[in-house]
Design a protein around this ligand. Structure first.
Ligand SMILES: *[C@@H]1O[C@H](CO)[C@@H](O)[C@H](O)[C@H]1NC(C)=O
Ligand SMILES: *[C@@H]1O[C@H](CO)[C@@H](O)[C@H](O)[C@H]1NC(C)=O
Ligand SMILES: *[C@@H]1O[C@H](CO)[C@@H](O)[C@H](O)[C@H]1NC(C)=O
Ligand SMILES: *[C@@H]1O[C@H](CO)[C@@H](O)[C@H](O)[C@H]1NC(C)=O
Ligand SMILES: *[C@@H]1O[C@H](CO)[C@@H](O)[C@H](O)[C@H]1NC(C)=O
Ligand SMILES: *[C@@H]1O[C@H](CO)[C@@H](O)[C@H](O)[C@H]1NC(C)=O
Ligand SMILES: *[C@@H]1O[C@H](CO)[C@@H](O)[C@H](O)[C@H]1NC(C)=O
Length: 814
C-alpha cells in the first residue's frame, strides 16, 4: 500500500515537473502485462514474438501518441506486428427522433439504445436529448393508511376523488386512478390479536388486515370515490404502520395494479404515522426477509403478510427505480422530518404535507408534485459501481454547460441536451461483470437510454487458447506461458524468459535490485536485461560495440581515439577499450595508446629502453638527468669523449686517488700520506654540463697494474700553494680482460693429446701401407716357386689312420 502511495506521489510529482508526454510514458512503461497496459488509458501494447536478440523491445507498452509518431517516422518499433490498442467506441442500436406532439407515439429520450465498448479511465462522451411530450399518460395509485386516526383523511379523499381526477385531467387527458389500503401485520405486537379485538379493534372498525388492493388503475373517477368511501377503517396496536408491505406489493404487482408501460407512475403513500421496516417483523416472530415478489391473492389481499418481514429501504429504492415509480409521501407536518429522511434515500420520491383540516391539501399536493415532475427533468441511472457517469447541460439557458443532472422550468416540446461522460473507474475482477447493461432515464418516466456495455479490461491474447497465448512456450524456456509477447513463468521460475529459478517474490525483487546501480533508477543503466540478478548487456548502437560492466555502465567504444587520415581509431587499434579506458598492448602507451614504446629502444642486441638512462614517455626518451645524458636513446653521456673534458691536474692527483680508492699505486707504501683531498667512491663517474662549467674535470688514467680508472675532480679551495680537491672515483678500475689460465692449460693438454693421437694414426697408416706392399711382393715370389702348396717336402701329417672292415658291418646292424 505504501509503495503504491509512493508511486502515486512519485508519478504526480513527475507530472508536475515535466510534461504530460513524459507522464504518459512513465505510466505506460510501468505496465509489463498487456492487460495492465490496456487498463492504462492511451497506452498501446506491442505483442511481437520471436524477436532476434538485437530486436529486444525495451518497453512494449507506450503511449499511443508515441506509437503514431514512430509509425509516421517509418520506425516500425513492433517489427511488423499489429499493436494492441483499442479506444472506447459506440454502436448505436436505436436512435429514433424525439417526438412530443399530441396524438403521436411520444419519444422523449434520444438515443434509446446503444452499445459501448469502454476502456478504463477513457471517458466516453455522448449526448442525450430529452423533451417533455404533451399529454403523456399518468397513472396514480393512492395507497392509504386506514388505521383509525386516518378517518378524517379518508373522508377528504372520498369527497375530493372526482375533483382530483378533474384537476389532473386538466393537465393530462390520460389520467388513471387506483386505490389500495393498509393497516399492519395482524400479529402481536403490531395488532391486538385477542379474538374480540380481531373482530372489532375499535368502535365502527373492521377487522385489521395487512394490505388490500382495492381498485386497479382506471379512469373511472366515480368508482374511485366509491371505493375510498367503502374502504373500512380498522385499528391496530403500535404506532408505526405496516405501509411498506403495501408499498412493495403495489410496486411489484404491475399486472394487478394495472400500471401501464408508457406512463408516469405516481404512487401516493398517505399515512400519519411512521412505518415498520425490515427487522421489525422479528418482533412478531417473522424472520423470513421480504422477497420483493408479488403475493396478492385473488381478492387482492397480501397473502404473505405473516410469512415475510417488512421490506427494507434499499429494496424499496431498488424497486422504485427499476419499475420507474415516483413515490409521494403525503404525511402531516409532524411526520415531515421522518419521511424527509426516508425520501432522501429513495431517489424517485418526494414528501408532501397534508393536514386533517385542510380539505384540498391532497389535490394541491399531487398537482404540484406532478407539475414539478413534468417541468423538470432529472437524469438517473442504474450504472454499476465501477462505471462513473457525469452529466452536464446548459438546460434551456444556452449558456455554457455546467455539471448537473437536472433542468427546471421546462415546457412541452422544449428540448434539453445533456452531455454524458461514461467512465470506467475500475476493472472488476469478476469476469461476469465485464459485460452488462444499465440505463439512464429521466426521473419519473419509463423511457430510457439503455446502455449495453463491454469493458476492455484485457487483451485478446490473454485468453487461453487464443493466438498469442502459448503455454510452456519455447520463448519462455518451456517454463512459462507466452502471453501477448511476454512470459508468465510458472511457479519457481522468473525473469522475462523464465530462465531463472527462485520461489520467493523477495528473491525476484532482490534480483532486480541487484541489476540497479546504487543511486540509479534504471535497471542495467537501460543498456541490458537483468537476468537472474545479473545484467546481460546489449550490444552498442553500431556493430562491434558492446556494453559491459556489472550494471552495463561500461562500453568498449567510449575510449579515446586517435584520428589519422579521417579515421578514428579507438585506442589507436593498439589496445583494448575496457570501460572507457585504453589497456594498451605491450610496447604501446598513452591514454589512447598513441605512443609507441619500442621507439625508445636503441637498436642492437640486449639494449635497454632509453639505454637505462631515462624514462620512455610516449615513444620519446626523457633522459635522467638531462644535463648528463642526451641523444635519442640517452645513449650519449656528457664528457664521454675523454679529450673534451679531461683536466690538467689528472697526473698530480692520480697517485693519491689510486691509493685512497684502491690501496695500490706508488703511495700505498706511505699509507697515502699527504693525500688530503676529499675522495668519494661511486659506481660510475659522470659529469654534467653544469659541473663542467663549474670547473669539474674528468680523468682517465692508467694504474700501476695496467688497468685504468676514472675520476673527476673539482677544486674545493685554494690556500697558498696548497690546493684541495673534491674527487669522485669509480669504485672499480677498468682492467683488460684477464687471460683464462685454466682454459689455456686445458687447451694445451687437449692439443698435445690430439697431436699424439694424430701421430700414432699416421704411423699406423704408413706401416699398414708398407706391409701390404711387402705381402704383395711375397705372394708374387711364392707363385713363381717350384713346388705346389700341398706338397711341401718338409711336411709330415701328424695323424695315422687304421681300418677294420668287419667293424663297419656290425656297427651297421646295431
Ligand atoms: C441520433 O441521430 C441524430 C440525428 O437524428 C444524430 O444527430 C445523433 O448524433 C444520433 N445519436 C447518436 C448517438 O448517434
Ligand atoms: C384547467 O386549466 C386551466 C388553465 O390551465 C384553468 O384555467 C382551469 O381552471 C383549470 N381547471 C381545473 C378544474 O383545474
Ligand atoms: C419539511 O422538512 C423539510 C426538510 O427537513 C423542510 O425543507 C420543509 O420546509 C418542511 N416542510 C414543512 C411543511 O415543515
Ligand atoms: C524448465 O527449466 C529447467 C531449467 O532451466 C529445464 O531443465 C526444464 O527442462 C524446463 N522445463 C520444461 C518443462 O522444459
Ligand atoms: C547516492 O546519493 C547520495 C545522496 O545524493 C550520496 O550521498 C551517495 O554518495 C550516493 N551513492 C553513490 C554510490 O553514488
Ligand atoms: C567490443 O566488444 C565486442 C564484443 O566483445 C567485440 O566484438 C568488438 O570488437 C569490441 N569493439 C572494440 C572497438 O573493441
Ligand atoms: C664533492 O663531490 C660530491 C660528488 O660530486 C658531492 O656530493 C659533494 O657534495 C662534494 N663535496 C663538497 C664539499 O663540495
Amino acid at each position: 500500500m505504501r509503495a503504491l502511495d509512493f508511486t502515486i506521489v512519485f508519478l504526480s510529482v513527475v507530472a508536475i515537473c515535466v510534461g504530460d508526454d513524459h507522464q504518459d510514458e512513465v505510466e505506460c512503461a510501468a505496465q509489463v502485462k498487456c492487460a495492465d497496459c490496456i487498463k492504462t488509458p492511451s497506452c498501446v501494447w506491442c505483442p511481437a514474438t520471436g524477436l532476434k536478440e538485437t530486436e529486444k523491445i525495451q518497453n512494449r507498452c507506450i503511449p499511443r501518441k508515441f506509437h503514431e509518431k514512430r509509425m509516421q517516422d517509418g520506425r516500425d518499433w513492433c517489427f511488423g506486428h499489429q499493436v494492441i490498442d483499442e479506444v472506447s467506441s459506440i454502436t448505436v442500436q436505436k436512435n429514433e427522433s424525439l417526438s412530443s406532439k399530441k396524438g403521436v407515439e411520444p419519444v422523449q429520450v434520444q438515443p434509446q439504445e446503444i452499445h459501448l465498448r469502454l476502456r478504463k479511465q477513457d471517458g466516453f462522451r455522448l449526448k442525450l436529448r430529452y423533451t417533455q411530450a404533451e399529454d403523456y399518460p399518468v397513472d396514480m395509485y393512492y395507497l392509504m393508511d386506514l388505521s383509525r386516526s386516518m378517518y378524517q383523511y379518508r373522508e377528504h379523499l372520498s369527497e375530493l376523488g372526482e375533483e382530483l381526477a378533474t384537476t389532473m385531467r386538466n393537465l393530462t387527458s390520460k389520467f388513471k386512478l387506483g386505490f389500495g389500503s393498509f393497516v399492519d401485520k395482524v400479529a402481536l405486537p403490531m395488532t391486538d390479536t385477542s379474538p374480540a379485538r380481531i373482530e372489532r379493534p375499535c368502535s365502527d372498525c373492521a377487522p385489521p388486515y395487512g394490505y388490500k388492493h382495492q381498485m386497479p388503475l382506471s379512469d373511472d373517477d366515480k368508482l374511485f370515490t366509491r371505493k375510498v368511501k367503502a374502504a373500512p377503517i380498522s385499528g391496530n396496536l403500535d404506532a408505526p404502520e405496516g405501509g411498506f408491505d403495501a408499498l412493495m406489493q403495489a410496486m411489484v404487482c404491475p399486472e394487478r395494479i394495472g400500471w401501464s408501460e408508457k406512463a408516469r407512475h405516481l404512487l401516493v403513500f398517505c399515512t400519519d404515522a411512521s412505518s415498520h421496516m425490515a427487522g421489525d417483523g422479528r418482533l412478531a416472530g417473522i424472520i423470513e426477509p421480504n422477497d420483493c415478489e408479488c403475493h396478492l391473492d385473488s381478492s387482492g389481499t397480501y397473502s404473505h403478510s405473516l410469512l415475510q418481514d417488512y421490506p427494507s429501504l434499499a429494496q424499496i429504492r431498488k424497486q422504485a427505480r427499476e419499475r420507474n415509480i415516483h413515490i409521494i409521501f403525503a404525511v402531516p407536518a409532524t411526520k415531515n422530518t421522518t419521511y424527509q429522511l426516508l425520501s432522501e434515500s429513495i431517489q424517485d420520491s418526494a414528501v408532501g404535507i397534508i393536514e386533517k383540516d385542510d380539505r384540498s391539501a391532497v389535490i394541491d399536493l399531487i398537482r404540484d408534485e406532478y407539475k414539478k415532475l413534468v417541468t423538470s427533468v432529472t437524469l438517473i441511472d442504474t450504472a454499476p459501481d465501477f462505471i462513473d457517469i457525469k452529466y452536464s447541460s446548459s438546460c434551456l439557458s444556452g449558456s455554457a454547460k455546467k455539471e448537473t443532472d437536472s433542468c427546471d422550468g421546462l415546457h412541452y416540446s422544449d428540448v434539453v441536451e445533456f452531455d454524458i461522460v461514461v467512465t470506467v473507474t475500475e476493472c472488476p475482477t469478476d469476469k461476469s461483470l465485464l459485460k452488462g447493461s444499465f440505463f439512464i432515464r429521466p426521473q419519473g418516466l419509463n423511457e430510457n437510454l439503455k446502455i449495453h456495455y463491454e469493458l476492455i479490461c484485457g487483451c485478446p491474447c490473454d485468453e487461453p487458447g487464443a493466438p498469442g497465448h502459448v503455454p510452456m512456450a519455447k520463448e519462455c524456456n518451456y517454463n512459462g506461458t507466452l502471453i501477448c509477447g511476454v512470459c508468465a513463468c510458472r511457479e519457481g521460475f522468473y525473469d522475462d524468459v523464465c530462465a531463472c529459478t527462485g520461489d520467493d517474490a523477495a528473491i525476484k525483487q532482490n534480483s532486480i535490485e541487484k541489476c540497479r546501480a546504487p543511486n540509479d533508477t534504471s535497471i542495467c543503466n537501460g543498456r541490458g536485461a537483468c537476468r537472474c540478478g545479473k545484467c546481460t548487456c546489449s550490444p552498442g548502437p553500431l556493430p562491434n560495440q558492446q556494453y559491459s560492466g556489472p550494471f552495463c555502465e561500461c562500453s568498449n567504444f567510449s575510449c579515446k581515439r586517435v584520428t589519422e587520415g579521417g579515421r578514428h581509431r579507438i585506442c589507436n587499434e593498439h589496445g583494448e577499450c575496457v570501460c572507457g579506458t585504453c589497456k594498451c598492448d605491450i610496447g604501446w602507451s598513452g591514454t589512447a595508446c598513441e605512443c609507441r614504446d619500442k621507439a625508445c629502444l636503441p637498436p642492437g642486441k640486449n639494449t635497454e629502453i632509453c639505454s637505462g638512462r631515462g624514462k620512455c614517455k610516449c615513444g620519446k626518451c626523457f633522459c635522467d638527468p638531462p644535463s648528463i645524458y642526451s641523444g635519442e636513446f640517452c645513449q650519449n653521456a656528457y664528457c664521454e669523449d675523454p679529450k673534451a673534458c679531461s683536466g690538467s691536474d689528472c697526473d698530480i692527483l692520480k697517485d693519491c686517488v689510486e691509493c685512497v680508492a684502491y690501496k695500490t699505486g706508488p703511495k700505498a707504501q706511505e699509507n697515502c700520506g699527504g693525500c688530503d683531498d676529499e675522495i668519494y667512491l661511486v659506481d660510475k663517474v659522470v659529469t654534467s654540463r653544469e659541473e663542467h662549467a663549474a670547473g669539474t674535470r674528468m680523468c682517465w688514467v692508467p694504474s700501476e697494474d695496467g688497468c685504468t680508472f676514472a675520476f673527476k675532480y673539482a677544486l674545493l679551495r685554494e690556500g697558498g700553494d696548497q690546493k684541495l680537491y673534491n674527487i669522485t672515483v669509480e669504485s672499480t678500475k677498468k682492467c683488460p680482460e684477464p687471460v683464462p689460465v685454466l682454459g689455456v692449460a686445458i687447451g694445451v693438454v687437449v692439443a698435445t693429446v690430439l697431436l699424439g693421437l694424430l701421430g700414432l694414426l699416421l704411423w699406423k697408416v704408413l706401416t699398414t701401407l708398407h706391409d701390404r706392399k711387402e705381402y704383395a711382393k711375397f705372394e708374387k715370389e711364392r707363385s713363381s716357386a717350384k713346388w705346389g702348396r700341398d706338397e711341401n717336402p718338409l711336411y709330415k701329417p701328424s695323424t695315422t689312420t687304421f681300418s677294420n672292415p668287419t667293424f663297419e658291418q656290425t656297427s651297421r646292424q646295431d
